[in-house]
Design a protein around this ligand. Structure first.
Ligand code: GDD
Ligand code: MN
Length: 369
């Protein structure tokens, strides 16, 4: 059976229309509509009337005001379907799409989540304008940078999705704010995700309850999921340590040049060396040592590590190869393909960092049982 969870806050005009459109769409298929209502107007009366007229319709009205996230999670607990959909009451999510979603769910083995997407061919986010459109894009991209699970779909921040109840069985959901789907994508257990294109509609009745506070909540929600997601946390820490290493390198270079080797040349063992070259090398080594310590304590601090000296040697080897990858990339892009030298360097840094991360993760800081 399909359970359709619909959170409502002051949606009196929409309750009856959406129930009717779902009924037309699903006709004699087994389903229930579960409204979770926090309204402070007379929406509950409309809900009662609709539930009387249509046996598929159930509702809970909460008198202690909760929020959208707790409403949806309450719906998950109370509903009885093995297939669950969440959608908005205001018809911005077209009910007719439910059929496509169910079809996608059954089309192949192992599909556990189906997400209607505004951002694949055939999709359209027409209902969003101006700043909302930008904010929505920014929120989506930020989420996908921070949390790898959000990269599994093109539309992780919409409020419309379908999943098998098994995805959240035994999982404690603790969403903050509005984006329940990201909570499910990060904490749920699932195999395949499929998308179907859809056009986000314009709201005709009532008004949006979206507010600035929800953007802040979204940021907090991302941070909480990051804290609970070891694989994502590791990569972010690695990037932070790398950024800090860059600063240490530059500051160290400046200090050495201005306070230690103040001349243009350094004479040692009868040789005359360039002071900037020596300072660059020393600051690079200091920065690498700091990075090694921070990465072994923070980034991979949860792993059991053997001899630190061996670790440092491995780390140095990985770093040297990383530098060679950088140099090779710059050579290939600039000298061979004629691409701008700064762009070549940036791409080199990205490739070198990916190399460093992967090999350090699998080799240097591998868990030593
Ligand atoms: N129970 C309950 N409690 N329901 C609520 C509450 C609440 O505190 N606040 C809002 N709702 C309900 C609304 O009644 C509506 O059915 C649904 O949640 C979405 O609210 P809207 O006010 O229509 O949101 P929106 O259209 O601005 O945003 C929608 O589209 C976005 C796509 O960019 C939502 O689906 C967002 O989650 C989505 O990101
Ligand atoms: Mn809406």
């Amino acid at each position: 059976m399909l359970s359709i969870i619909i959170p409502t806050f002051n949606e009196r005009e929409n309750v009856e229309i959406i129930s009717a459109r779902i009924s037309e769409t699903l006709s004699d298929m087994p389903y229930e509509i579960f409204f979770v209502d926090d309204s402070i107007d007379d929406t509950p009366e409309y809900l009662e009337r609709t539930a009387q007229a249509d046996k598929h319709v159930k509702y809970i009205h909460r008198t202690v005001r909760g929020n959208l996230a707790t409403a949806v999670v309450l719906g998950f607990k109370e509903c009885s379907g093995d297939l669950i959909t969440v959608m908005d009451a205001d018809l911005q999510h077209p009910p007719e799409l439910l059929l496509d979603m169910m079809k996608a769910m059954e089309a192949e083995e192992g599909v556990d989540i189906v997400i209607p997407s505004r951002f694949i061919p055939g999709g359209d986010d027409g209902g969003l304008k101006g700043f909302r459109k930008f904010a929505s894009w920014f929120a989506r991209v930020t989420g996908q940078i921070i949390l790898s699970d959000l990269r599994k779909t093109t539309d992780p921040t919409g409020g419309f999705f379908m999943f098998r109840k098994s995805v959240i069985e035994g999982v404690e959901l603790k969403p903050i704010g509005w984006k329940i789907l990201i909570e499910i994508l990060v904490r749920g257990h699932y195999n395949k995700i499929r998308e179907v294109p859809y056009a986000f509609q314009i709201r005709e009745h009532g008004e949006s309850k979206f507010s600035f506070k929800e953007q802040i909540n979204y940021g907090l929600h991302l941070l909480r999921l990051l804290k609970d997601s070891p694989k994502d946390r590791r990569f972010i820490l690695f990037l932070l340590v790398g950024g800090l290493g860059f600063i240490i390198d530059i500051v160290g270079y400046y200090l050495l040049l201005n306070f230690v080797f103040t001349g243009d040349t350094i004479s040692a063992a009868g040789l005359s060396l360039s002071a900037p070259a020596v300072c660059a090398a020393i600051s690079a080594v200091i920065s690498m040592l700091c990075n090694f310590v921070l990465n072994s304590v923070l980034t991979w601090g949860d792993r059991k590590q053997g001899n630190r000296a061996v670790g440092l040697i491995k780390y140095t080897i990985v770093s040297l190869i990383g530098i060679m990858i950088q140099a090779g990339t710059v050579f290939g892009l600039f000298n061979v393909l004629g691409i701008d030298k700064y762009i070549a360097k940036i791409i080199g840094v990205i490739l070198g960092s990916i190399w460093n991360y992967i090999v350090n993760n699998k080799w240097t800081f591998k868990d030593q049982e």
